[in-house]
Write a protein that binds this ligand. Structure first.
Ligand code: SF4
Ligand code: SF4
Length: 73
């Protein structure tokens, strides 16, 4: 069976920079950007695209519903 792959999209302007998603990802996919959004918060991004499985752990912990998860086969 092919390994499930995932991709996550961020509503960057809604991110508060809490880093919960970075810590929640079991595959070290996410990291905080050194840039800031319009509100002055560092926002998360996909550092390791290849490692995402689409498990959605990041989206579940985000208090501000910033993350949308897509799954591809
Ligand atoms: S969907 Fe899962 S593997 Fe992908 S970034 Fe989120 S927590 Fe990490
Ligand atoms: S959990 Fe949500 S608000 Fe917190 S850093 Fe991640 S995307 Fe931003």
């Amino acid at each position: 069976m092919a390994k499930a792959r995932g991709f996550v999209e961020f509503n960057t302007e809604a991110c508060k920079g809490c880093e919960l998603c970075v810590k929640a990802c079991p595959f070290d996919v996410l990291d905080m950007n050194h840039l800031v959004n319009g509100k002055g918060y560092h926002f998360s991004y996909m550092k390791n695209y290849d490692q995402c499985t689409g498990c959605a752990s990041c989206a579940m912990v985000c208090p501000d519903v910033v993350i949308t998860v897509y799954k591809v086969k």
